[in-house]
Design a protein around this ligand. Sequence first.
Ligand code: MSP
Length: 672
Amino acid sequence: MSKFYITTPIYYVNARPHIGHAYTTIACDTVARRQRMLGADTFFLTGTDEHGQKIERAAQAAGKTPQQYADEISAEFRKLWQRMGISNDDYIRTTEPRHKKRVQELFRRIRDNGYIYKGTYTGQYCVSDELYVDGAQPGDPCPTCGRVTETVHEENYFFKLSAFQDKLLALYANPDFIRPETRRNEVISFVRSGLRDLSISRSTFSWGIPVPDDPRHVIYVWLDALANYITAIGFGSSHAGAQEAFKKYWPADVHMIGKEIVRFHCVYWPAFLMAAGLPLPKAIIAHGWLLFEESKMSKSRGNIVRTETILDVLGADALRYFLLREVVFGQDGSFSFDALVQRYNSDLANGIGNLASRTLTMINRYFKGEVPYPSHAESEKPAHGVVRDKARMVIAECSQAFTDYQFSSALESIWIRLISTVDRYIVENEPWTLGEKQDDESRSRLATVLYTSAEALRIATALAHPVIPDATARIWEQLGLGDIKKFNLNTLTWGQLPQGTKLGEVSPVFPRADKSAIERMQQMEEQQRGPAVEESPTSAAPAAPAPATAAPPAATPAAATNHEGKITIDDFAKIDLRVGLVKVAERVPKSDKLLRLEIDIGTEVRQVLAGIAEAYAPETLVGRKVVIVANLAPRKMRGLESNGMIVAASLEGGKPVLASFLEDVPVGARLK
Ligand code: MSP
């Protein structure tokens, strides 16, 4: 029996699951289900990525320990996948002991093979992407997300990535390793431009897996996270069963990912594996982004759609079908409630749902619920042959499209070529008119029309099962065929529907949705869009952050002032004043007054420009706690974006004096 191992990325626990995450999971689930139907011994893995600075900060902002925080959000992902009937075989969390031990083993192997050395990293880092941004200068944005990068200066362990340039390029010669082609080309040109060694540990925070024999360092979160693909199936375990599983399933057949994490999967991951002397995954498939309101759906942009809303109103199959039919896999695609409901009605309720209910209802009515015998002479007529030929063609087309991960083409083939053809065929042959007649010829035609329709329905149902598992399992039962899971897709050919099969109980699988479905979903989403645990948007988000001078917080919004010049407590609460820690301070070239600061405000590090250069030497500020107005609109000064304002006493004719505290206060604490 062949094996098939497929993985989703493991999702960060700093955001609640949304339909962007569901998209990848649904695509993998579809592939896994299809592989099981083809008889492969399939292993489908998903899970959560729980370490690193990004999660540590998100937990801090939520007032929880990183472990509490990760436990809660990881459980939400798990619960959602269960509710959706996702068929994963395991769910890995990077905070589990099994994972931690095995990651340390991977680190050891790479080190023992001579690919790790100690050094010092000084450069820019994007916490949101957990990415070292080579060649960037302080204040530069992250090339991936656009957020301002942070300056990192610390002792690290380095991985000799540069030693793998040629080997990686040789690997990419196989056109199937990275798909689609556009992503492959990007990776090739990135690697050709030269690889620098990669820092694979961090020593300025502790939320991670300790480096073996040097626990002052934690392992770089991407090495930790990528390793899940092998730790979950038993790499590095001393148990015989786990070792067997690893031998059986590794290398993975497919890592499916979103396009923003291609470099980690196609460059770093194969290099780590080569360094450890392990086999490489067979393919990495990168899909595009799900857009909502014109931009990538993500929590920091505040434009997410919750999966639960769609499940409540239309069910999991509707979402699965919509995402895989509407978005060309590999490209970006838009989500809208209107389009979802329209697709649901046209393809599911009026398409396969209607085909099933009318075909099966007529078999019940005219043939007492038993699949009729088609007459041989009658079925040889071209009118019926059209459906049979289409069905044969669709079986072949669909198989190719699924193999190429072109889900939308596969579904297009089933719906446009097969289901529409059968719909037309039924209309043209009017079985309801034939059913009123009792002569032999009419009975024989009626039997053939209904057999042909039911057989086409069976084929469409089998082919669509991996995409819409619930509805197709029900149609299969209604066709009297039992459990669809037992059906082997390799055997699918025209004419297998046993004549005389007793139908199961017929009931509609996709009731029509009316217009109110759209409104209901929109309302449900609006109600949910209250304050969330999410990080606040930074410069990458459309409404980016704020300016800074050493002026006092006289920035009270004018609208908040009443006629006596007083404001209410609610007005004051609109100002997000927080304790920040200065991480980096330097003069802005050609300015006497301005300093450029990087300030940790608990949830993120902000670039702030402050007019305090005449009062404070930059080096005296690093490590100092200050008060920052965190929710001012961003402003550009001397070409640099300022995202916040430092609070200082503004003295008439004198230098500004920074507000500070006599007692120690935690970074990120709010002033109220
Ligand atoms: N934790 C890393 C992955 C580590 S894998 C070893 C990570 N996590 S994430 O939570 O940010 O999830 C990223 C993945 O979620 C994307 O690669 C993609 O599969 C999916 N998506 C999240 N938002 C998405 C869209 N708006 N559109 C499509 N997919 C999206 O990166």
